[in-house]
Unconditional design. Structure first.
Length: 336
């Protein structure tokens, strides 16, 4: 028996579950005003953190509102540390980070970023540092998670998008302008490597399989890339749906899930030691373009809403207006 046989057998067992037909199990009718971006999930606390333009809505895993974090103009994302009892929001319009107490949602401090439009935000546990990736600033701001002091700024050489980390002191971020992944040393605050992931165009969402040391990036041209996080080698380029802005990885299923705004999830499975394939497509709803996975329950959560038709005389690229009060969060999984 080869050393890869047990791994391949586990894939054979896992894949039929995907074929059983996972789909939308519940729809949480949240309502309220404001657009949204990246949703974060605290599996231990059983909370979803949902950015809504001017504040962050905090929901339980049945969709009930448990509280809000106010004063987060243009908020894009939320990072948190249960160990430190802290959370952080990236406020794109205010160019700030709101520091809050995770257990009570009390706002503790507001920190100014060193670049405009902080978008993705990440807590790196090995160094206990928070990274904001500033879209218009084309840089990253690094903040001490304990003291809330700004430690430095890292030039990105282009617009940074979503980020991931290995938990050991290395951070990875997509560069939308150059279609590349940057590998950052969280201790020295230096970019150690830049890897092209073309033919992906305008990469946005990024996720990581820490055990296998693989990165999953999604682009604006209906492609996903699987990248070796040690060498930067692109192991696979796979077709996915359109309008993708997010991807997440569930270590329990061994799959990555790309959320396509067209109304689907592309499931990426590992088929061999260094091979990958799209193993399933799960229907969702139009506009559900960001995603987070719960590693405990293997459920997926995607925000979306109902949309009005775009007027015929609208300028090209005009986004459809959200129907007031129609914001919702989809819970996706296997009904078994």
């Amino acid at each position: 028996m080869s050393r890869f046989t047990p791994f391949l057998l586990s894939l054979v067992v896992a894949l039929p579950a995907l074929a059983a037909g996972p789909g939308v199990l519940r729809t949480f009718k949240v309502g309220g005003e404001g657009r949204w971006d990246y949703v974060s999930l605290d599996p231990e606390g059983g909370r979803l953190y949902v950015p809504r333009s001017t504040r962050v809505m905090v929901l339980d895993l049945d969709g009930n509102l448990k509280g809000e974090i106010p004063g987060t103009a243009g908020v894009h994302g939320v990072a948190f540390s249960r160990e430190l009892d802290r959370g952080w929001t990236s406020n794109g319009q205010a160019n700030t980070v709101t520091v809050f107490k995770l257990s009570t949602l009390e706002v503790l401090k507001v920190v100014k970023t060193t670049g405009e439009n902080p978008d993705a935000i990440l807590f790196e546990p090995a160094t206990q540092r928070v990274f904001t990736f500033n879209g218009r600033g084309k840089n990253a701001t690094v903040i001490d998670a304990v003291t809330s002091e700004v430690l430095g700024t890292i030039p990105m050489g282009g617009k940074p998008e979503f980020a991931a980390c290995d938990g050991k002191g290395r951070v990875y971020v997509n560069n939308e302008d150059s279609a590349a992944i940057l590998a950052i040393n969280a201790r020295t605050l230096k970019v150690e490597a830049t890897w092209s992931i073309k033919p992906l165009d305008s990469p946005s969402g990024l996720a990581m399989d820490v055990k296998q040391n693989r990165l999953f990036a999604v682009g604006g041209n209906k492609l996903a890339a699987v990248v070796d996080a040690g060498s930067g080698k692109v192991l696979a380029t796979l077709p996915i749906g359109s309008g993708t802005d997010g991807i997440d990885f569930d270590p329990g299923t061994g799959c990555a899930y790309a959320s396509n705004g067209e109304g689907s999830i592309s499931v990426i499975s590992q088929t061999g030691p260094a091979t990958y394939a799209v193993s399933a497509t799960i229907p969702t709803r139009r506009g559900a373009k960001t995603i987070v996975a719960n590693p405990r329950t293997h459920r997926l959560y995607l925000p979306t809403a109902d949309f009005a038709p775009v007027p015929k005389d609208a300028k090209p690229g005009t986004r459809p207006a959200m129907v007031p009060g129609s914001f919702q969060v989809l819970e996706v999984g296997d009904a078994k």
